[in-house]
Design a binder for this molecule. Structure first.
Ligand code: HEM
Length: 424
């Protein structure tokens, strides 16, 4: 299949304007070349729902060991988020997200039990408690940056508690998440990359100490599970492997869920009819969560590396090619979601989105993320009303990032609701 010229003449896919507002670009990719070799980078973009699903399921052809390809020039041009292994205290190793079976299964088994639906249900009360405490912190004002004061600290506090970290260390978690994000952004300059490495080394040093503590005195927490786990029947995990797992829990869990909550509130303010509907009928809230995930798809893109020559949607992809699964483009594919740009919390098949991926790498934290999002929307609607954008603050912008989609802030105005009844 020849590549349509309209795509070739576009600005590059990692051009800041495209990263800031990718929807029209996604639409044209999907319509004109759902599997497309990008001339700027040599990367194969996979954009339609059908093609993304097929590639995500076929892990024997599309490998998650993309670190190797990113480092060794598997594509004509390396994106600038290539991990700078040398500068880190422990160089990155492949565990869950960046591994293939059988290793991926072994590592995943170690942490699976911490994130099952049942275990997450057990956290319900605590997640509600954290959400209410965060709202208590700003409810007396009539405006707030919802990202910084609510959407970020909610998942951050939950995961920090799950990892057994004391509350006074929460600000460190935020700093390290920023470091990982900077590395992931694909847009950091030399100084930014060095800063990212410094923060990642700081994170590694902190957790090396915590893991040693658990080795000496185990507790009932994920760190103790990891430190006492064995893989390949006998072998204990190396420090680098343990750190890689912890890093994935921190980054995969925090920024994505924070973005999902923020995007949800932004969508509700932009669609007052849907906000009204959600307020009138709270049984719609679980479907609201799914529709937000579909429309916003925080993990917009993810890497794969093609392990053997193959054909996808009639396009030949050679072994060694770097590929990008465009989950966000797939989630607005009109072949599956009619009128796909419309935010409709009653959409019947909203839950068919690919925001958590598909197949063996399906998001480990999906149940937790859903719980946190649902709790966030429930508590915000219960405690606040009269939502609007705060036009005295700078307008929110999407952070330039080749993989993740999310705002840099969400300044809103609101009125407190039912506070007298709550405190009575
Ligand atoms: C709204 C929030 C979230 C979104 C949109 C999201 C999205 C995703 C996606 C798309 C994948 C699959 C990547 C691939 O196919 O290569 C994934 C995997 C993963 N997610 Fe999430 N995630 C979210 C929340 C979480 C949370 C809360 C955690 C844990 C605390 C988490 C941990 C992971 C891990 C460890 C993997 C890798 C699993 C594997 O490769 O076996 N995620 N996530």
């Amino acid at each position: 299949m020849s590549t349509p010229s309209v795509i070739e003449s576009e600005p590059g896919p990692f051009d800041p304007d495209v990263l800031a507002d990718p929807w029209d670009y996604y639409r044209r990719l999907r319509e004109q070349a759902p599997v497309h070799r990008d001339a700027h980078t040599g990367i194969y973009f996979i954009s339609s729902y059908r093609a993304v699903s097929e590639a995500a399921r076929d892990w024997e052809t599309f490998s998650n060991r993309f670190g190797v390809a990113l480092n060794s020039g598997g594509a004509d041009r390396e994106p600038s988020n290539t991990p700078d292994a040398e500068a880190q205290r422990h160089p990155p190793v492949d565990t869950m997200l960046t591994a293939d079976p059988p290793e991926q299964r072994r590592f995943r088994k170690l942490v699976n039990k911490a994130f099952t639906v049942r275990r997450v249900e057990g956290l319900s009360e605590r997640v509600h408690g954290i959400a209410h405490a965060l709202i208590d912190g700003f409810v007396a004002d009539d405006k707030v940056d919802l990202l910084a004061r609510f959407a970020q600290p909610l998942p951050l506090t939950v995961i920090a508690e799950q990892l057994g970290a004391p509350h006074e260390d929460l600000h460190l978690f935020r700093r390290w998440t920023d470091g990982f994000l900077l590395q992931l952004s694909g847009t950091a300059d030399e100084a930014g990359r060095r800063e990212a490495q410094r923060l990642i080394s700081e994170f590694q040093e902190y957790f090396e100490r915590r893991l040693e503590e658990r080795r000496a005195a185990p507790r009932d927490d994920i760190l103790s599970d990891i430190v006492h786990a064995t893989v390949e029947d006998e072998r204990s995990l190396s420090v680098a492997e343990m750190l890689s797992i912890l890093q994935q829990l921190l980054v995969a869990g925090n920024e994505t869920t924070a973005s999902a909550i923020t995007e949800g509130v932004w969508l509700l303010i932009r669609n007052p009819d849907q906000l009204e509907l959600a307020r009138r009928d709270p049984t719609l809230l679980p479907n609201l969560v799914e529709e937000v995930l579909r429309v916003a798809t925080p993990t917009a893109n993810m890497w794969r590396v093609c392990k053997r020559d193959c054909k996808l949607e009639g396009v030949e992809i050679p072994a060694g090619a770097l590929c990008m699964l465009r989950f966000a483009a797939a989630d607005r594919d009109p072949a599956v979601f009619p009128d796909p740009d419309r935010f409709d919390i009653t959409r019947e098949n909203a839950g068919e989105h690919l925001a958590f991926g598909l197949g063996i790498h399906f998001c480990l934290g999906a149940a937790l993320a859903r719980k946190e999002m649902l709790t966030a929307f429930e508590t915000l609607l219960e405690r606040l009303e009269g939502f609007s954008f705060d036009d005295t603050a700078p307008a929110p912008r999407h952070r330039p990032n080749v993989l993740l989609w999310g705002f840099d802030s969400l300044p809103i105005r609101f009125r407190a609701r039912n506070e007298a009844r709550r405190t009575a």
